[in-house]
Write a protein that binds this ligand. Structure first.
Ligand SMILES: CC(C)=CCNc1ncnc2c1ncn2[C@@H]1O[C@H](COP(=O)(O)O)[C@@H](O)[C@H]1O
Ligand SMILES: [Zn+2]
Length: 348
């Protein structure tokens, strides 16, 4: 990790809503994977972007290809998911929505169904061990794979939503934003929404996607990932902003990811400022804590130091994230209770 966050931020109870499983794999877990697969000749520098380093978006997506080579069996997925969940818990995350793209690997016999089952198994195992975190799963569509795979993924997600006792709560649309067009995925997303899956869509992560964003906002999605280029100051439009506000669609904002991926010039230029000033629901998230060498405490601390947020304001920010989770109202109530209990400990 680049830094360690101050105690206040680590002890602050937090909600993480935007975390890609294979982007969240820590240095320690990568070490274990490298030992399992020495023949791949992968070096650690190929799986993470350190302090002060920046990469083009394209280079960042190459990193995921390397990690996918390292994580290609059910055994790997189980270990990775358990490690990631425990790391979030150790960082003070009390509620986590993990997202991941089900992958089949001919070489190892991994199937998409087996992939999802294994993530659910990891979540269950952590729960049985009493790890202090509530974890849910969003099945991800990689936009690169087109219409048919998207539909197939929705069908799988639907099946697991019905059989996983509330673990699978929604669907994510992600992948290289410069590849493919949302219009081809609209029928799959519409179907997901109709069957009760919650939708979190990466929108306007890069410039010039206003048409796609405008189209997909009509669904409307339940949350937006990044939304970096939606507002007029950065080439977006007021009508898109108005749609987001009118539908009260929360934003998942990932500061370090955007700076290291170079879609945002520096921390102080991050669109957190725009949306936070509007009072629009904005949730601080990590995106890929392993790849970007960060954690959620650090992201909260960065937001606070960059935008001058008081501790009370940081508290409110983390508390308001509860309103944006995909789990049912009863879970929100439990979390609000937990936050109330922890407030006096943190502000003594
Ligand atoms: C390149 C960059 C700045 C990354 C951050 N922004 C991202 N934008 C879109 N999709 C993403 C991003 N980070 C991770 N993903 C998705 O998450 C996958 C890795 O996690 P998983 O295999 O689904 O478990 C990637 O292959 C990609 O499909
Ligand atoms: Zn993302």
């Amino acid at each position: 990790m680049d830094h360690e966050a101050d105690v206040f931020y680590r002890e602050l109870p937090k909600v993480e809503l935007h975390a890609h499983l294979n982007g969240s794999v820590s240095f320690q877990t990568i070490e274990k994977l490298l030992k399992r697969k020495p023949h791949l000749n992968i070096e650690h520098s190929m799986t993470a972007i350190g302090k002060g380093q920046r990469r083009t978006l394209d280079e960042c997506f190459q990193v995921f290809k390397v990690i996918h080579q390292l994580v290609d069996t059910e055994e790997d997925i189980l270990m990775v998911a358990i490690d990631v969940i425990k790391e979030f818990a150790a960082d003070g995350v009390k509620y986590l929505e993990l997202r991941s793209t089900p992958r089949a690997e001919k070489k190892t016999g991994l199937t998409k169904k087996g992939y999802i089952e294994t993530v659910i198994k990891a979540i269950q195992q952590c729960k049985n061990e009493g790890v202090d975190i509530d974890v849910r799963f969003l099945v991800a569509i990689d936009r690169r794979n087109g219409t048919e795979v998207a539909m197939e993924t929705v069908e799988l997600a639907e099946e697991f939503m019905l059989s996983s006792h509330g673990v699978v709560v929604g669907l994510d649309l992600s992948g290289d934003p410069t590849v493919g067009h949302g219009r081809d995925l609209l029928p799959a997303l519409q179907r997901a929404k109709n069957c009760g899956l919650k939708l979190s869509l990466h929108l306007s992560e890069v410039q010039s996607q206003l048409e796609e964003t405008d189209l997909l906002l009509n669904l409307p999605p339940d949350r937006i990932g990044h939304g970096t280029f939606m507002h007029p100051e950065v080439g977006g439009s007021q009508s898109v902003v108005d749609k987001v506000i009118k539908n009260n669609i929360p934003l998942e904002l990932c500061l370090t990811s955007n700076v290291k991926g170079q879609t945002v010039l520096n921390y102080s230029k991050h669109h957190f400022k725009y949306w936070y000033q509007l009072g629009h629901p904005s949730v601080i998230c990590t995106d890929d804590k392993g790849v970007f060498c960060t954690d959620l405490s650090q992201e909260y601390q960065l937001a606070a130091s960059t935008f001058g947020l008081s501790r009370e304001a940081v508290w409110t920010l983390s508390q308001q994230a509860i309103d944006c989770i995909f789990a049912p109202e009863a879970v929100k109530q439990q979390l609000r209770q937990k936050w109330t209990e922890l407030h006096s400990q943190l502000f003594k």
